[in-house]
Design a binder for this molecule. Structure first.
Ligand SMILES: C[S@@+](CC[C@H](N)C(=O)[O-])C[C@H]1O[C@@H](n2cnc3c(N)ncnc32)[C@H](O)[C@@H]1O
Length: 244
């Protein structure tokens, strides 16, 4: 499977890493005798849904944007898997109404928890769509990375403000809060990876040397599951299982 949103080369970089994690997740929820059914919440134009359908899944995509869903349908048709992708326009905060209580093998919540008004309620609605034994794949921005990025950009005042906000009730949703939501909802977090640990920090102009991009990909992948590197990644991917 290749997931390429432009900045990274196909199958490499941050999206290559997420692709591999999703393919492993798909394999781990396959059951014999039927195709895996997936739900992509806030799936937009199909960055993940289209390649997952190409990999054999039947994917329902819920998104509030009609434009994004139109792009999704076009991309699905171009990939020859239109019948495996089901766009549903609506608000994930009313997910139960949109999907009629259906349950899925794998439910993606990539970049959507930051977008909902009520994170706890949004999370609970998405979690309710995971079948027993199924997986939830969550990609969330990491507020810690914003502090590091501000400091490295020569903006210590803003970095300090970002750092202080981390320890207030107004703090943005981040990976630790997601882990707490998973625990509270009876989900077992099986994996946690930092995405773009170093590539989010390195300017593209610094990567002109031969082999530098490949080495950076390797560095990102090697650091993604290792502390303390993973804790400063710009985004964090979590896989959480609903006990069967
Ligand atoms: C940051 S993008 C993430 C897209 C994709 N999941 C990814 O990771 O590449 C957020 C997506 O969520 C959608 N969205 C935002 N708020 C939403 C809501 N309340 N209900 C459904 N979709 C929403 C947007 O239209 C957009 O497609």
């Amino acid at each position: 499977m290749q997931i390429d949103t432009g900045r990274d080369r196909p199958g490499t970089g941050r999206f290559g890493l997420i692709s591999r994690l999703l393919l492993d997740a798909l394999d781990s929820v396959r059951t014999s005798g039927r195709r895996p059914v997936l739900l992509d919440c806030g799936g937009g134009s199909g960055t993940y849904a289209v390649p997952l359908a190409v990999a054999g899944a039947d994917v329902t995509v819920v998104d509030i944007s009609a434009d994004a869903l139109a792009t999704l349908s076009r991309r699905a048709a171009e990939a020859g898997i239109a019948s495996s992708v089901h766009p549903v326009q609506g608000d994930v905060e009313a997910l139960g109404d949109l999907i009629g209580g259906a349950e899925f093998d794998l439910v993606l919540a990539h970049g959507i928890l930051e977008a909902v008004d009520d994170v706890a309620a949004g999370f609970a609605g998405i979690r309710a769509a995971v079948r027993p034994g199924g997986l939830m794949s969550i990609l969330v921005g990491n507020p810690v990375a914003a502090v590091v990025a501000r400091a490295l950009a020569g903006e210590p005042v803003l970095a300090l403000a970002e750092l202080r906000e981390l320890y207030t009730p107004e703090a943005r949703i981040g990976p630790d809060a997601v882990e707490a939501l998973c625990a509270g909802a009876g989900l077992v977090v099986e994996a946690r990876h930092g995405i773009g640990v170093f590539s989010d920090l390195v300017p593209g102009s610094a990567l002109d040397a031969p082999g530098a991009r490949d080495a950076l990909d390797e560095l990102d992948a090697a650091a993604s599951g290792r502390s303390p590197f993973a804790e400063i990644a710009g985004r964090v991917h979590l896989l959480a299982r609903r006990p069967g």
